[in-house]
Design a protein around this ligand. Structure first.
Ligand code: NAP
Length: 248
């Protein structure tokens, strides 16, 4: 059966790994990203070679109008949406509590929480049986930081992911009546470029030693969980968030 999946923040890291795992004949992929056109184009070419139709959607998920236009383009190009992966997310430079200011807080919450909610609203209008849809699945990418709190690093980022977990629980229970399955994944420390944005790269080798499995995770290991949650194999889970964290 043809599926239409929108992945936000798909140009690199966990989003790109998810798109790679989903790709194949009959798998239409709508890939959102913010600014890295070159990475998005290169990924799209690789996915098309594997049989997917690919639509590139540069947009800031923190802007509800850009989000609405993005979903309208998916309607027009691919038709009925079947899956959404809310993966776009940002961190901020590592700091203690006194280094947190209003612009930083506003941006973190705008992208990680508001952006996730805007995308869920748009997806639910299309997937929900209440509005004539045929159901679907949504996976929100949270973080183990939601539960560990990231003391002295970025408690504000951790709080955004705590909010994402609440959205997953609440909307999982609200939207299942409309045939929409809502899930989350909580990655541990995964080898992607995001750590350069927080300035925590140098601390990664030591962090890896403290993880029970003894190493950092790979983006494709998180993608495996996301793709399974999107699939009918996860049909009896409602509002569940899986830890993909090597025991962390
Ligand atoms: P990444 O390598 O930094 O990639 C982030 C992606 O999100 C990029 O494609 C980026 O686009 C896009 N993006 C950022 N802000 C955006 C916005 N406002 N609108 C649309 N797209 C936006 O990150 P990652 O490590 O793969 O992380 C993906 C998700 O996993 C995030 O939600 C993150 O919080 C979560 N996570 C990551 C880890 C980890 O250790 N890596 C751990 C726990 C949770 P551009 O490149 O065009 O800017």
């Amino acid at each position: 059966m043809r599926s239409v999946t929108l992945v936000t923040g798909a140009a690199r890291g966990i989003g790109a790994a998810t798109a790679r795992l989903l790709a194949g004949p009959g798998q239409d992929l709508a890939l959102n990203y913010r600014s890295d056109h070159a990475a998005a184009e290169a990924l799209a070419e690789a996915l098309r070679a594997r049989g997917s139709r690919v639509l590139l959607l540069p947009a800031d998920v923190a802007d509800p109008q850009q989000v609405a236009r993005m979903f309208e383009r998916v309607d027009a190009e691919f038709g009925r949406l079947t899956g959404l992966v809310n993966n776009a997310g940002i961190v901020a430079p590592s700091t203690g509590v006194q280094g947190i200011d209003r612009p930083r807080l506003e941006r973190l919450f705008a992208v990680n929480v508001f952006g996730t909610l805007y995308c869920i609203q748009q997806a639910a209008r299309r997937m929900g049986t209440a509005s004539g849809g045929a159901g679907g699945a949504i996976v929100n990418v949270s973080s183990r930081a939601a539960q560990l709190g990231s003391p002295g690093v970025y408690v504000d980022y951790a709080a955004t992911k705590g909010a994402v977990d609440s959205l997953t629980v609440g909307l999982g229970r609200e939207l299942i009546a409309q045939g929409i399955r809502v899930y989350g994944v909580r990655p541990g420390i995964i080898e992607t470029d995001i750590h350069a944005d927080s300035g925590t790269e140098a601390a990664l080798p030591e962090a890896a030693r403290a993880i029970p499995i003894g190493r950092l995770g790979r983006a494709d290991e998180v993608a495996q969980a996301i793709v399974w949650l999107l699939s009918p194999a996860a049909s009896y889970l409602v509002g569940t968030t899986l830890d993909v964290a090597g025991g962390r």
